[in-house]
Design a protein around this ligand. Structure first.
Ligand code: UT7
Length: 329
């Protein structure tokens, strides 16, 4: 029988600089009231000049490896859409800085769905024997790519990183990953984009991140609801058997709309965005670490994950929460 994928360690890290809604309102045409009521966000953490996604990833990964007992990983996947450089990938440098010698390491770009895409890739590699212990990191520093005066994105995004260690194990063990469902629709590519700087328009000047928020909101609710329902059914769980719903932390109104459609009570929904904003690929592992540290997420809990992001990409997965100690900030 092929081995199952088991989560055995989790770590997370937020850069120390906190930007509150009030602080944002001093230089942007926005207000604490607008941001809180439209998104649920109160503050976000932002990298200082010179700090990169790779730096965030190393901090979270160190904590995840420690949480997993300190044993080295034999493969590294870094889910990010804000790499340190367009080339090479950031993951080999992160692996090197962690002292992981000669391990395969690569970046995975699926924007806010990156962590779930990474879980699926790791599970496949573990199942076919290509890896025995995978370090999966979700890290993004979108603040470095936002237009200084764009209140639509500046109000929402924050920087951060979360990481998990996944090992080969048994499907009945706590920590075992259940069904995963992934999807994409490239016809929606312009809803979330950095128009220039890639191979299509290498010399273009439009290098800031843009998002058509209203349209993204609608698609996010629809796709996260569909994929989360699908994996919940595949896992054989009734709606009221989901103990904790940990979705991509983009907007509290999205979380509310999706959990209502899934018939999951609000108190089973993990909320971390109030303190970190939308941290893209980092948001699910950050929310998992936070929910586990606060006791909302307990060993044995049936945990449902879902995400939607640029591409468009989306995905969902189930997991029975293991007895791990999260290492967080
Ligand atoms: O992580 C990947 C997936 N991303 C998401 O899922 C994000 C999904 N989208 C959203 O979360 C929301 O669309 C936003 C938070 C980005 C925007 O909220 P919204 O409720 O959709 O606002 P809107 O864009 O429809 O704008 C409503 C009004 C507009 O004013 P008018 O035209 O009604 O006068 C905007 O100009 O609010 C204005 N507005 C703001 N006002 C103060 C937009 N952003 C702001 C702001 N502060 N930061």
């Amino acid at each position: 029988m092929k081995p199952a994928t088991v989560l055995c360690g989790i770590g997370a890290w937020l850069p120390p600089r906190v930007v509150t809604n009030e602080a944002l309102s001093t230089y942007l045409d926005t207000s604490d009231e607008w941001i809180r009521t439209r998104t649920g966000i109160r503050e976000r953490h932002i990298v200082d000049r010179g700090m990169s996604t790779g730096d965030l990833a190393v901090e979270a990964a160190r904590r995840a490896l420690k949480s997993a007992g300190g044993e080295a990983a034999d493969l590294v996947i870094l889910a990010t859409s804000t790499p340190d450089h367009p080339c090479p990938a950031t993951a080999p440098d992160v692996a090197h800085r962690l002292g992981l010698v000669d391990v395969p390491a690569w970046d995975l770009a699926a924007v806010c769905s990156g962590f779930l895409y990474g879980l699926s890739a790791a599970a496949g590699l573990i199942a076919n024997g290509a890896a025995g212990r995978v370090l999966l990191i979700g890290a993004d520093a979108f603040s470095t790519l936002l237009a200084p005066n764009d209140r639509n994105t500046r109000a929402v995004f924050g920087d951060g990183a979360g990481a998990v260690v996944l090992r080969a194990g048994d499907p009945d063990e706590p920590g075992a990953l259940g069904p995963v469902s992934l999807g994409s629709d490239g016809s929606l590519r312009e809803l979330i984009t950095i128009p220039d700087g890639g191979s299509r328009h290498p010399a273009g000047a439009d290098r800031y991140f843009t998002m058509q928020g209203k349209s993204v909101f609608r698609h996010a609710v629809e796709r996260m609801t569909e994929s989360a329902s699908e994996v919940r059914r595949m896992a054989g769980w009734a709606p009221d058997e989901v103990d904790c719903f940990v979705a991509h932390q983009a907007n509290q109104r999205i979380l509310q709309a999706v959990s209502e459609r899934l018939r999951i009570p609000a108190d089973r929904c993990a909320i971390h965005l109030d303190r970190a904003g939308n941290t893209a690929a980092a948001s699910i592992p950050l929310a998992l670490a936070d929910a586990s540290a606060s006791g909302q997420l307990q060993p044995g809990h049936r945990t449902l994950l879902a995400a939607f992001g640029g591409g468009a990409t989306w995905g969902a997965a189930t997991l029975v929460w293991p007895d791990v100690t999260p290492h967080f900030v």
